[in-house]
Design a protein. Structure first.
Lengths: 113, 114
């Protein structure tokens, strides 16, 4: 069975700091990778996704993620965070068996103004 | 306005009672899903449905039941057999169960059982 690990459970940053959230998965075959964000009181929404092609994926709100197949990783990055980025971030993976997403445990990001 | 609605937002029940959570979508999506969210554990799949009148168990289906009588609706019943029902429940939908379609999520229902 596949699994997804997010090693940072809580991250606190000041505005303008750079962000990198780790995501590692265990499945050895072809995967599709997602980052979702849950702002306080709002729906879970898609930040970005990787299906194939360029391993550096650009998403909304200045976020990007890089798929490194050899490291089974899909880390999320943002060069300069804002207070409005305070949220919980989830990495998710599915494989060729279908659209059953396996989620990581989530990372709570707090950005101090 | 297209989207997924879940009602109610907050639900309180006494232990031993069954409770049904509503999920409706007007996105014309074929596939629908139920997840449970617990702190530090991310989201875990309870049940999913690819088409009307068909559904499959996810990773943590014990103590839950679903129905899919209409394309738009996928209600989840939390039965008294579910040992730890207090959680945040999220419904999602996608165009199909094909892995190339992203899932869209509803606002969730927070269930508290005492």
């Amino acid at each position: 069975a596949q699994s997804v690990s997010q090693h940072n459970h809580h991250v606190i940053l000041s505005e303008a700091a750079s962000l990198e959230l780790g995501c590692n998965y265990s499945y050895g075959g072809t995967v599709n990778l997602f980052w979702y964000v849950q702002y306080p009181g709002q729906h879970l929404q898609l930040l970005l996704k990787y299906f194939s092609g360029d391993p550096l994926v650009k998403g909304i709100k200045g976020f990007e993620a890089e798929f490194i197949k050899s490291k089974f990783s899909f880390n999320l990055r943002k060069p300069s965070v804002q207070w409005s980025d305070t949220a919980e971030y989830f990495c998710a993976v599915n494989n060729n068996a279908g659209n059953m997403l396996t989620f990581g445990g989530g990372t709570r990001l707090m950005v101090k103004p | 306005d297209g989207g997924i609605t879940q009602s109610p937002k907050y639900l309180f029940r006494k232990e031993g009672q069954n409770v049904t959570l509503s999920c409706e979508q007007n996105l014309n999506h074929d596939a629908m899903y139920w997840y449970r969210q617990d702190p530090g554990q991310g989201l875990r799949l309870i049940y999913y449905s690819q088409i009307v009148n068909d559904f499959q168990k996810g990773d943590i289906a014990e103590g839950y039941s679903v129905s899919r009588e209409k394309k738009e609706s996928f209600p989840l019943t939390v039965t008294s057999a579910q040992k730890n029902p207090t959680a945040f429940y999220l419904c999602a939908s996608s165009i199909s169960v094909s892995q190339h379609y992203e899932q869209y999520f509803g606002p969730g229902t927070r269930l508290t059982v005492t």
